[in-house]
Write a protein that binds this ligand. Sequence first.
Ligand SMILES: [Zn+2]
Length: 143
Amino acid sequence: MALVKVCPNCNRRNAASSVVCEVCDTSLEKTKPIQAPGLAPPRISINNRVLKLPLKLEFVIGRAGEGTIRIPDIDLAPFGGSPAAGVSRKHARLTWNGSWQIQDLGSVNGTFVNQKRLVTNEVLTLPRNAVIQIGKLYLVFHG
Ligand SMILES: [Zn+2]
């Protein structure tokens, strides 16, 4: 369990220390924090290596490359995430909404969860131990 502030406007769960909603900028100053199931970093591994991720509510998965202005939160370039491997610069997004959810960001080669391709704009709640395929790379979501 963790303390979160639920945005009165969009229902987004924000960290208890938030002053404004991450999504819609609504003020959370008068919103009381409540206990909600675990706001913890997602545990994700690539090639059996667990990534060290910060406590955040949203992670963009992609690859940094020449001319990249904003490095994605989860940069797959060091793991072989090249254009040839079918990884887009902004490939998919993980969002905390009481559980971790994933969405494809219109990538060229798509995002697959347990071998099923996500439809554009589909938001899928990740089951434990889900295998996320980004191009030719496989990520394991442990929870
Ligand atoms: Zn909001």
